[in-house]
Design a protein around this ligand. Structure first.
Ligand SMILES: *Cc1c(COP(=O)(O)O)cnc(C)c1O
Length: 409
């Protein structure tokens, strides 16, 4: 009795024979760069961006770089998007190497004074998460003689239904409660800072198209209400994002054309106070999740009391999310394949485990796959977002994997 695994991204789902990533067989990538290995295909990101542009012709596209901040990758993605959203001074420094400061916004709780100062000095936007943070930013701006660019992140009074990670409608370290946001805007404006607008992020990994449409409409209404209350027109309303990708059996993609149509309609009828505002959507996994494949080599094949284990040279220290230990309640299987025989008939039920000495390190649980031997390469898909930098790389002292940017040759 095998368990199902999630759907492969469209670029890989119909392949037969050897898995090809960015135009090259997986085995060529591992021959050149070793294993374990993350391979990212930037043309897949470009395809997602083109889809976004078609669906949302008047909306700015921001990339939330925490999804995948690897500098060569970021350098490839940055020219495709209008802005970068960062969440630490480290990410800010990386982002500044590939994008003008004005196209970068910095959100996230617990920004230290040095981080606030770095953003103000650079001329990037700070999305303030509390009244206290706004005041610290204003004081730093005054001290160094630079007018800070400040947006108010709002903890909305609604949540994104059906999202994997809910971030609104409840007490939160993120954002200023909607009921207090207008007062902070007035304080920022009165202090003479450059008030940029609102940042309203209601959740992540949403696959329910209608829920996203409803949340965007509610976000727009909330931004208008707060702007009225504050008596100020926002230059930019960052509507959040939260578009999910199918990871697990039964998951289906979001319908961005429908979301785009609904948003265009909502914007056409928007309140006057937002008449001159720009709007942005910030995305991480939807843009980059599907472009990455994690390749690991089978080191051992063993039977134990009726279960077959393929033990690979990678594991959760590189790709925590595939082990079910990154923000999921029930462990389910990521899409997986034996790299030299895509879409071959399944011959056996195996569990794919990593090389860490912990039972948590299970990358695929009792999946039906073609027979694989020691030395063969296993491919785990959806490794483009929340892969290496979202994994405990130091745990158990194994070597770091390589990362490579696929380029059409
Ligand atoms: C993490 C994060 C994102 C990106 O989320 P995805 O699910 O990867 O799209 C966007 N905005 C904010 C504020 C975030 O914290």
């Amino acid at each position: 009795m095998s368990k199902p695994f999630g759907p492969l991204p469209p670029e890989f789902a119909d392949q037969t024979g050897a898995l090809t990533i960015a135009g090259r067989p997986a085995a060529d990538w591992t021959a050149d760069h070793g294993s374990p290995l993350f391979v990212y295909d930037p043309t897949i990101v470009a395809t997602r961006v083109a889809g976004f542009r078609a669906a949302f012709p008047s909306i700015d596209l921001h990339y939330a770089i925490k999804a995948n901040p690897w500098p060569p990758f970021l350098a490839a993605v940055a020219p495709l998007v209008d802005g970068l959203d960062v969440a630490s001074a480290g990410e800010l420094a990386t982002a500044l190497t590939v994008k003008p400061a004005k196209a970068i916004s910095f959100a996230g709780p617990g920004k230290r004074d040095a981080e606030l100062e770095a953003a103000i000095t650079a001329g990037s936007t700070l999305n303030v998460e509390s009244a206290g943070e706004a005041r610290r930013a204003l004081a730093i701006g005054e001290r160094i003689g630079v007018t800070p660019r400040l947006a108010v992140r709002v903890n909305p009074d609604m949540e994104l239904k059906g999202s994997g990670m809910k971030m609104g409608g409840r007490p939160s370290p993120f954002g200023i409660d909607a009921e207090h946001a207008a007062a902070v805007v007035r304080e920022i404006v009165a202090a003479g800072a450059d008030w940029r607008g609102f940042h309203i992020f209601a959740g992540s990994q949403a696959l329910d198209t209608q829920a996203i449409i409803d949340t965007q409409a509610a976000t727009l209404a909330l931004a208008a209400r707060l702007a009225e209350e504050a008596g100020a027109q926002p230059l930019l309303v960052n509507l959040g994002g939260g578009f999910g990708i199918p990871y697990f059996p039964g998951d289906t993609p979001v319908d961005i054309a429908r979301i785009g149509d609904a948003l265009a309609q909502a914007l056409a009828g928007r309140p006057d106070i937002l008449a001159n505002s720009r709007f942005a959507i910030e995305l991480g996994r939807w843009l980059v999740g599907e472009c990455g494949v994690y390749l690991a080599r089978i080191v051992d094949r063993k039977e134990s009391r009726g279960e077959t284990f393929l033990v690979v040279d990678g594991g959760l220290h590189h790709q925590l999310a595939a082990s079910g230990n990154f923000g999921t309640v029930v462990r389910r299987n990521y899409p997986v394949a034996i790299a030299h025989c895509m879409n071959a008939e399944p011959e056996e039920t195996v569990s794919i485990v990593g090389c860490l000495c912990t039972p948590l390190d299970r990358l695929a649980d009792r999946v039906a796959l073609p027979r694989a031997e020691v030395g063969d390469i296993v491919a785990i898909f959806l490794a483009g977002a929340y892969g290496l930098t979202a994994s405990p790389a130091g745990f158990l002292g194994h070597p770091a994997p390589s990362e490579v940017l696929g380029r059409a040759s």
